[in-house]
Design a protein around this ligand. Structure first.
Ligand SMILES: Nc1ncnc2c1ncn2[C@@H]1O[C@H](COP(=O)(O)OP(=O)(O)OP(=O)(O)O)[C@@H](O)[C@H]1O
Length: 352
């Protein structure tokens, strides 16, 4: 649905030039929710604004729905843009217009007749749950309600694609969750392709199918959310995840006193209690998360275990657990426990 080929954006020129995007490639499939995460200055806003050509790329191509937008003239581009809705961090509503008129705005611009306009606005008000607020002005609405208006307005032209520019960054956690749920509902009901940019892993984890990590104007890692989230490879990805899990800057896993050989293990050998046992990271995705497989394996092999760190949560409504455990017992028994866990679809990583 969206294909970015070798996308480049340089702001300014000569000694004042800033390269915001450097030959970026990305494909978003029809009907999926795709998240791009990155730190401040990584190029997220530039990327999303280049997709509807609010920002002209310096080089490369932007394909949406099979058309190369970068090759279109003004009039054709205007028409294609109707197939791309956009919502913004600060909502960008018309302050002097009511909720109804904000939603009706793009329909009036497109010359929609009165009867059709009224029924479309009413349908959108109901979709975003604002039927009771249609006569209010933006100043009379909460942040979450304002974003609902933004979403309804973006959907007025029946777009195929919705671009979300940090759409929940100005909202509190509870309101964020209700807006994310609305986006997920819309994606499922309308089959809308959604591309969002964010600096919050929670947003990605809640609703995205796939994620790309942007750093210094390029994609450094991408894949299905569960894969990237549970097995991050790039340092920037690991940092986002450890912040999200630990709620701060703490590294993901640290083991006090254990001998370390590899770089990754060395970085992880500092803060968890030393139990004398072998340390593993055990990951489980799906219904098995709440099952008894782990205790069955442990009981059947006679090893003892201590949980050093753990998370049980969900990735887009699918449960997962990731536990750092220390196994103590005879070497053969520990090896057997690990083999049995792997047989039962647990991912077991040796940490030390
Ligand atoms: N209009 C502009 N003129 C010059 N440089 C710009 C302009 N817009 C962005 N940049 C630069 O391009 C780079 C990428 O900026 P961009 O806003 O795309 O990053 P971002 O990931 O969205 O950051 P944030 O999360 O802080 O919004 C940064 O170095 C920024 O300073």
């Amino acid at each position: 649905m969206i294909e970015l080929k070798n996308l480049t954006k340089v702001y300014g020129s000569k000694s004042r030039a800033t390269t915001a995007l450097s030959g970026l490639n990305l494909t978003v499939d029809k009907g999926e929710i795709f998240g791009v995460i990155g730190h401040s200055g990584a190029g997220k806003s530039t990327l999303i604004r280049c997709i509807n050509l609010l920002e002209r790329p310096t080089g490369g191509e932007v394909w949406v729905g099979g058309r190369n937008l970068t090759s279109l003239g003004k009039r054709e581009l205007q028409l294609e843009r109707r197939r791309i809705g956009m919502i913004f961090q600060h909502f960008n509503l018309l302050s002097s217009a009511t909720v109804y008129d904000n939603i009706a705005f793009p329909l009036r611009l497109a010359g929609t007749d009165r009867t059709k306009l009224k029924s479309k606005v009413e349908e959108l008000l109901s979709l975003v749950g604002l039927e009771a607020h249609s006569g209010k002005y933006p100043s009379q609405l909460s942040g979450g309600q304002k974003q609902r208006v933004g979403i309804a307005r973006a959907l007025a032209s029946d777009p195929d694609v919705l671009l979300c520019d940090e759409a929940t960054s100005a909202l509190d956690p509870q309101t964020t969750d209700s807006i994310l749920k609305l986006l997920l509902d819309i994606n499922r009901k309308l089959g809308l392709t959604i591309l969002l940019i964010t600096h919050e892993m929670h947003v990605i984890q809640s609703i995205c199918d796939r994620v790309a990590v942007i750093h210094e104007g390029g994609i450094v890692e991408q894949g299905p959310v569960a894969e990237v989230f549970l097995k991050p490879k790039h340092e920037v990805t690991k940092e986002f995840i450890s912040r999200d899990v630990a709620g701060g800057d703490a590294p993901e896993v640290r083991i006090a006193g254990a001998a370390a050989s590899s770089g990754r293990q060395a970085a992880e050998t500092a803060a968890l209690p030393y139990t004398g046992g072998a340390v593993f990271r055990i990951t489980c995705l799906g219904e098995n998360t709440y099952g008894t497989a782990l205790s069955e394996v442990v009981l059947s092999t006679g090893v003892h275990f201590a949980i050093l760190q753990g998370t049980v949560s969900t990735i887009k409504e699918v449960p997962y657990s990731q536990l750092t455990v220390s196994f103590t017992g005879a070497k053969e028994a520990v090896e057997l426990a690990v083999a049995k866990l792997r047989e039962r679809d647990f991912d077991v990583e040796v940490l030390g």
